[in-house]
Ligand binder design. Structure first.
Ligand SMILES: *[C@@H]1O[C@H](CO)[C@@H](O)[C@H](O)[C@H]1NC(C)=O
Ligand SMILES: *[C@@H]1O[C@H](CO)[C@@H](O)[C@H](O)[C@H]1NC(C)=O
Ligand SMILES: *[C@@H]1O[C@H](CO)[C@@H](O)[C@H](O)[C@H]1NC(C)=O
Ligand SMILES: *[C@@H]1O[C@H](CO)[C@@H](O)[C@H](O)[C@H]1NC(C)=O
Ligand SMILES: *[C@@H]1O[C@H](CO)[C@@H](O)[C@H](O)[C@H]1NC(C)=O
Length: 467
């Protein structure tokens, strides 16, 4: 039996980027299951994201819908970063900061206001709000313990590169176990824009430093995966309230539900493929490939002879439509029967868990990694930006990932790719495939009854109930 909360009221505040939001909503589902009353704060356009969760918990989860505070760099009507370029991450943080007073008013007028705030790491200012209200704020990290360690160190120590004109200058983090080291261009773009003097980032910096002072830390990972980094965060924070509660799983039992109309086609096609023969290519919900990258990947898939599903993200507001996301002419006909191209959102979890799927070419976003690990799927790593580089580093360290490429601008070589694709479905990767299976078992145990993440969730609920 899981621990049951004492019906305390908690405010959950997700940051409106798909990867961040889905993970925190999955945590909210778990908290509601354990007897907490929850109010989720969103702006109107993001309300549809909550539909499944709200129908699963009609009495225990409520919403607080506040108008989106306008911002000169965010187009009217846009309330999440899904369709915006990466630079909008900063603007979104700044815009949402204007919700401080509306939230304060809401608390002051509420008959039984929340006793704690659980909010995304990009909403660090909610720590100050919680202090003013005399309650506790728990920071939610949608990324793992290594990724969070790197973010914390960046904003705590504010490292500079030796040569400010050299994008390959190395930045090391000697305080973190195994001393991670990255060339400057792989460091968080939010941090780089701060060092380069972007004036909006003072607010961002203050928020990320406030994370370090927050009452508790919740990480979407499990101890068996990144224990040394988890222990590091605990030591660094100087208290015991650090919880690893992952992998957080979708609240919907039906994993195809997040996939839209294309779901059943993909899955029935996979049913026709033999076990452990299919490569899945997906760069997540945010990243759009250039036409040149698309061409080489297509050619690589074609030349490899390997079966595949390729999830293609089409260009959005921030991209010149003609330069991005174009599937080469005739490609789909040439690979008909052997491969499937899917546009838009795919049922990623269901695909990864299909017995035919053996490997994933990934941008190393944390949610994709968690999903692939749970499914015991080998990863071919091509980190694109943000924290993706430290995620890739962890996968190589754990020997569940094989390096493909690095960097959003890199154009791969189709012949090299074809070879890597063939290798990924062959016996040559037996060691990594076995490791992936071991981690799938460990992840399943962690979230199962009595597992490490299960116990941390219990402790978290007890903490939230005794504030
Ligand atoms: C982002 O907003 C659009 C509409 O503006 C909506 O369709 C989409 O579901 C939202 N996505 C996320 C991740 O919030
Ligand atoms: C370093 O990277 C920045 C941002 O991507 C770019 O504007 C600049 O031209 C690069 N500098 C060099 C010397 O390559
Ligand atoms: C799962 O959801 C998909 C898409 O909504 C639907 O087509 C399918 O029938 C559902 N499967 C089950 C087992 O409920
Ligand atoms: C990985 O990169 C994507 C964009 O490519 C970004 O949305 C995400 O926040 C990054 N970090 C993690 C930890 O997933
Ligand atoms: C809160 O969690 C910590 C860490 O797991 C635990 O030591 C402590 O007993 C918990 N506090 C309460 C009040 O449950």
């Amino acid at each position: 039996m899981e621990v049951s909360g004492t019906g305390e009221h908690v405010l959950v505040f997700p940051y409106p980027a798909q990867g961040h939001m889905l993970a925190l909503l999955d945590l909210t589902h778990q908290l509601a299951n354990r007897g907490l009353f929850i109010t989720i704060l969103v702006t109107p356009k993001n309300l549809p994201m909550l539909t499944t969760l709200l129908s699963a918990h009609p009495t225990t989860i409520k919403t607080l819908v506040l108008p989106f505070p306008s911002h000169p760099s965010i187009p009217p009507g846009v309330e999440n970063v899904s369709d915006l370029p990466f630079s909008a991450f900063n603007d979104m943080m700044v815009a949402l900061g204007d919700l401080y007073n509306p939230i304060l008013d809401w608390f002051r007028n509420h008959p039984s206001p929340p006793v704690a705030i659980v909010s995304d790491l990009f909403l660090g200012w909610t720590h100050h709000l919680a202090c003013q209200l005399g309650i506790h704020r728990y920071v939610f990290s949608p990324t793992g313990a290594l990724g969070l360690s790197v973010i914390n160190s960046l904003w705590r120590f504010l490292p500079k590169r030796d040569d400010p004109t050299n994008n390959n200058s190395l930045i090391s983090f000697p305080n973190i176990p195994n001393c991670p080291t990255f060339p400057w261009w792989q460091v968080s773009p939010v941090y780089r824009s701060y060092v380069e003097g972007d004036p909006t980032t003072e607010f961002v910096k203050d928020g990320l430093r406030a994370n370090l002072a927050s009452w508790g830390v919740i990480i979407n990972s499990f101890r068996e995966l990144d224990r040394v980094y988890f222990d590091h965060i605990k030591a660094e924070s100087g208290h015991d309230r650090v919880f690893a509660v992952g992998p957080l799983l979708p609240s919907a039992k039906n994993t195809t539900e997040r996939g839209g109309s294309s779901s059943s086609d993909v899955l029935s096609w996979l049913d026709t493929c033999a076990a452990q023969t299919v490569l899945f290519v997906s760069f997540g919900s945010q990243f759009v490939l250039t036409n040149k990258q698309m061409e080489e990947i297509a050619l690589g898939l074609e030349r490899s002879g390997v079966k595949f599903v390729w999830a293609v993200k089409e260009p959005t507001g921030g991209h010149a439509a003609e330069a991005y996301g174009k599937i080469p002419e005739g490609f789909e006909d040439r690979v008909a029967g052997r491969g499937l191209v899917v546009r838009g959102w795919v049922p990623q979890v269901a695909i990864l868990n299909h017995v035919s799927v053996v490997a994933l070419l990934t941008h190393c976003g944390w949610n994709s990694i968690m999903e692939a690990l749970m499914a015991g799927v080998l990863m071919l790593t091509w980190p694109m930006s943000a924290d993706n580089f430290s995620n890739a580093m962890l996968l190589h360290e754990l020997k569940v990932g094989i390096k493909a490429y690095e960097g959003a601008e890199t154009v791969p070589d189709s012949a090299e790719l074809a070879q890597l694709f063939r290798k990924s479905v062959s016996e040559e990767t037996r060691v990594e495939r076995n490791r992936a299976t071991e981690f799938a078992i460990a992840a399943t145990e962690a979230v199962g009854e009595g597992g490490s993440s299960w116990k941390d969730l219990d402790q978290l609920v007890l903490n939230l109930s005794h504030t």
